[in-house]
Design a protein. Structure first.
Length: 95
């Protein structure tokens, strides 16, 4: 199992392909060398919802996974983390 490595966009596309072919999260995790929890968190990150917030199901009647949406959410989280870290360091420097 790999340690402390972020999923790449190519990994996300591969997860999407395997997930759409009805592979289990455990099988996907094993192929990528990640933990099963990482795959479940990634599937949650890329869940698609409609306007009312209802989760959209794929052809296998599981929550649909969108790798582009997952990548966008990850990048937004990184931006938010940097902004919070900068604000916290400015507060401690001014104190």
């Amino acid at each position: 199992m790999r340690k402390y490595r972020y999923l790449t966009f190519a990994d996300r596309k591969q997860i999407s392909t395997w997930y759409q072919s009805n592979d289990r999260a455990a099988d996907i995790a094993e192929r990528l060398g990640m933990s099963v929890k990482t795959i479940y968190l990634e599937l949650k990150r890329g869940e698609e919802t409609d306007e009312s917030g209802t989760v959209i199901l794929d052809r296998n009647q599981r929550p649909a996974y969108n790798p582009v949406l997952a990548q966008q959410r990850l990048q937004a989280n990184f931006k938010r983390r940097v902004r919070v870290a900068v604000e916290e360091s400015a507060e401690t420097a001014g104190a």
